[in-house]
Design a protein around this ligand. Structure first.
Ligand code: ASP
Length: 362
């Protein structure tokens, strides 16, 4: 990137404060790149992840590349759009907290409402990218492309995947064919809906897919090829503050449910229980769920099985059909981590339980 393309809208001290490390700065000022009046404007929000990491002297990847340096490393981006870069944080996504995603969602919401912005790209670590994208999708509503992108190989790798992934995200962000997809996770040429996407491989560049729902599209040679429409678009709006006391537990062979009861006694507001199969839990977990409900805690049951709608079919204490009959919310499609975020957002927005139940029927 030629320096002259960077419009100096922020003092150097502010630039440095965003460069590397975990802290969120109080207000994020953009750095502008590109001044071609014929091109659209795309906002790029950087948050860290492997895409912005390099190996240290021990060989472990650590945050090392500032948002501006990350984007500057792909000068071809400016053949597609002028960009505004917002360096929100530089954090491994395994350490990111939901309040960062709330700040991110608020920024995305503000940017997509601007007439001069055609789309938003978010760079993020892949460990929790599926959750982050879902969180932002649930908080915002826009026809403009909002594209999450990252990398499986760090910036010091002999063959990093970050630059091409960012370029493909840009292709999608400026493409008229990519409108109305909601928030997507776009890596390794494949476009996934935030609602369905999951990380499936710890190490390989081909890690994100949407299981039985399939990809939304494919990006190749500077073009977006459409395969599909998103199966769902949940928008419950942006809360001012987050209800944090939503816990996640799983049911497993011999689980006594005591941890769930302790969480209830400690004042938790919402609980997500990861069941097995089509939503069946151990009897002790079932009893703990009933205890939670008797104390006014909103409980959502999901499953550890990656694919298939969760259709309650079994009776007996802890069977999905038994719990459904008793008004316990069974999440038809969303799995545990995203279900927890949706419950957190619903409780933050003070939704009554019957409305919350409807959110999980999609
Ligand atoms: N640990 C990294 C992160 O989630 C993994 C990645 O970005 O690929 O930040």
């Amino acid at each position: 990137m030629r320096k002259s393309l960077i419009a100096a809208v922020m003092p150097l001290a502010v630039l440095c404060s965003h460069a590397v490390g975990g802290n969120l700065s109080a207000s994020v000022k953009p750095v502008l790149m590109g001044d071609n009046a014929r091109l659209p404007k795309i906002a790029i929000i950087t948050t860290g992840g492997t895409i912005a990491q390099k190996k240290d002297e021990t060989g472990a990847a650590v945050p090392a590349v500032s948002g501006v340096a990350l984007i500057s490393a792909v000068p071809d981006l400016l053949t597609k759009a002028n960009v505004e870069i917002y360096s929100l944080c530089n954090e491994d996504s395994s350490r990111i907290k939901p309040e960062v995603w709330l700040r991110l969602a608020k920024l995305v919401d503000k940017l997509v409402k601007r007439k001069d912005i055609s789309g938003v790209i978010v760079t993020h670590g892949t460990d929790t990218m599926a959750e982050a994208a879902f969180f932002v999708d649930a908080c915002t509503s826009t026809k403009k492309p909002v594209v999450f992108v990252g990398a499986m190989r760090d910036a010091s790798d002999m063959s990093p995947d970050g630059p091409e992934n960012i370029m493909n995200a840009m292709v999608q962000a400026v493409s008229p064919d990519a409108k109305g997809w909601g928030v997507t996770v776009t890596l390794n040429q494949f476009v996934n809906s935030a609602y369905t996407v999951r990380k499936t491989n710890t190490n390989n560049v081909e890690t994100f897919n949407s299981g039985e729902s399939g990809y939304l599209g494919y990006i190749s040679t500077g073009k977006v090829i459409k395969y599909n429409r998103p199966m769902q678009d949940i928008c419950i709006g942006l809360p001012e503050k987050l209800e944090q006391r939503v816990e996640l537990f799983m049911s497993y062979a011999g689980c006594d449910g005591k941890a769930i009861r302790r969480a209830v006694d400690s004042g938790v507001k919402g609980l997500v229980i990861e069941a097995v199969g089509s939503g069946n839990v151990q009897e002790n977990v079932y009893k703990a769920i009933k205890y939670a409900k008797s104390k006014g805690v909103v409980v959502v049951v999901t499953t550890c099985v990656p694919d298939g709608p969760m259709i309650p079919a079994y009776g007996g204490p802890g069977g999905g059909a038994t719990m459904a009959k008793e008004g316990i919310i069974l999440s038809r499609y969303l799995r545990a981590r995203k279900a927890r975020l949706l419950l957190m957002l619903a409780l933050s927005n003070k939704m009554p339980e019957d409305q919350i139940a409807k959110l999980f029927q999609h």
